[in-house]
Design a protein around this ligand. Structure first.
Ligand code: ATP
Length: 442
């Protein structure tokens, strides 16, 4: 089935309210007045998120022969973050407004005026502010008990390089992938789930022979861009931002961001970096353990270089929501809001809608529902008029609805209704699963 590629420009406010109303994203701690820029994922959001993570895991790990998975701890020895450079370097320059006491990232200010109160040139000197969250480990707060919540998942991979290598007997090139929560005490927040203090990352460290690093860097940029377009994202809404040499991080020999055209403009979706041998060398020096690869062909020990595609689940979800949002006219010429998600992304794949809440239609509809439930994420909805139910399914992006009516009792058939074309076809119940699979493509 096809998905729409001509996404309508959507305002962030419209999306935020749709997300709340339909159960994708709720403001966190809402009954206590909220908790700045923190969000909870509702019943549909959690399905969308799971799909994004599963699709990434499938294409990055399971469908490849050269990548394995890992799930490392969020709180590690603080020495990890000293070696990685996060204790030293992971900070933003901050200024305070002397008038309103607001705090801002110095590199985000436009002009000499305070963005909150408008006071002119009333900022403190810029101070460095470390973005890592600190916590205490153990029952008493004493020296040596301080630790950090991880600000990225990547370091958990580097410190397990040797474990994975010896337990899996991998040959170069090979990758280690992981997904999970990361935490950054971001100062400038906003733009909904784009930048939050707690977020989820999907990172993969791909270890290669040093002389192959450029080639793999380019290959991973292509593969990652392709992943988005394969999921139906409009190629016109994705572009590459190649970092100029003078702006590269201390560890990087090359960084390219994939950017998405969000409602506020182009912004980073994911970064692909050539991190050279920086991380393995740092951890090797700090820990005293050799983190090397023995090349059986040359009989030499080498420190592999690493290519890292690093994506954020929440930013991908926001991009998918923006891209899928479409308003088209219905048969009466009224606005019809549709989230034209790719079927593999859609939080609900098939909705079963009985035309009557009473038996025997309801009974048959439950039978139909139990036939499709094992294969896809489904929803059973018997409230309100059928027209309203179709609207609701369109608005949450359900690709196919299955309607059970009074004729179904006679002809053992049901109607499949397509989200994008609004076309309806009649199919026999005993062929339903095959027809749905054919139309959905999975
Ligand atoms: P930015 O420049 O936007 O702060 P970054 O370059 O510091 O991001 P990386 O350290 O490269 O980000 O992290 C990899 C990915 O993790 C980013 O591309 C993004 O998708 C995601 N990410 C990073 N910080 C956040 C955040 N505060 N909220 C949500 N996602 C984030």
């Amino acid at each position: 089935m096809s998905t729409s590629t001509d996404s309508t420009d959507v305002s962030l406010d419209t999306l935020v309210s749709l997300c709340k109303q339909r159960g994708f994203v709720f403001p966190a701690s809402e009954i206590y007045g909220g908790f700045g820029s923190t969000y909870d994922y509702g019943p549909l959001g959690v399905e969308l998120k799971r799909n994004v993570k599963d699709l990434w895991w499938r294409s990055t790990v399971r469908e490849r022969s050269d990548v394995v998975g890992l799930d490392s701890a969020i709180i590690q020895s603080p020495r990890v973050w000293e070696a990685s450079g996060h204790v030293q370097n992971f900070h933003d320059p901050m200024v305070d407004c002397l008038e309103c006491k607001g705090r801002f990232r110095a590199d985000h200010l436009e002009g000499p005026d305070c963005p909150t109160c408008g006071a002119s040139e009333s900022f403190t000197e810029a101070r460095e502010f470390n973005l890592m969250f600190r916590t205490q480990v153990g029952p008493v707060a004493e020296e040596g008990s301080e630790a950090y919540l991880r600000p990225e998942t990547a370091q958990g991979i580097f410190i397990n390089f040797e474990n994975v290598l010896t337990s899996t007997r991998r040959r170069l090139p090979f990758g280690i992938a992981q997904q999970g929560k990361s935490f950054r005490n971001e100062i400038t927040l906003g733009n909904f789930i784009f930048r939050t203090r707690e977020f989820e990352q999907m990172e993969m460290e791909f270890f290669v022979a040093p002389d192959e690093s450029d080639e793999w860097y380019q290959r991973w940029i292509d593969l990652r861009e392709q992943w988005y377009t394969d999921l139906g994202v409009n190629p016109e809404n994705i572009r590459r931002d190649v970092h100029p040499t003078e702006k590269l991080s201390h560890y990087s020999a090359g960084t390219t961001d994939l950017q998405y055209k969000y409602p506020w403009g182009w912004d980073e979706l994911e970064g692909i970096a050539n991190r050279t041998d920086f991380d393995l060398t740092q951890h090797s020096e700090s820990s005293g353990k050799r983190l090397e690869y023995f090349d059986p062909q040359t009989n030499e020990h080498i420190v592999p270089h690493v290519i890292e595609p690093a994506a954020g689940v929440d930013r991908i979800m926001l991009a998918l929501l923006c891209d899928a949002y479409t308003v088209t006219p219905d048969e009466k010429g009224n606005d019809r809001t549709v989230l034209a998600f790719h079927p593999k992304v859609a939080p609900v794949t098939v909705a079963v809608l009985p035309l009557s809440r009473k038996e025997p239609v309801a009974n048959l509809a439950h039978d139909v529902w139990s036939k499709v439930r094992p294969f896809w994420t489904t929803q059973y909805d018997d409230t309100q008029s059928i027209g309203r139910r179709y609207r609701r399914q369109d608005e949450i992006g359900t690709p196919l609805c299955v309607t059970v009516d009074f004729d179904s009792l006679e002809d053992d058939s049901v109607t499949i209704r397509d989200r994008d074309t609004q076309e309806q076809v009649r199919v026999r119940i005993d062929e339903l699963v095959d027809v749905l699979r054919d139309r959905l493509g999975f």
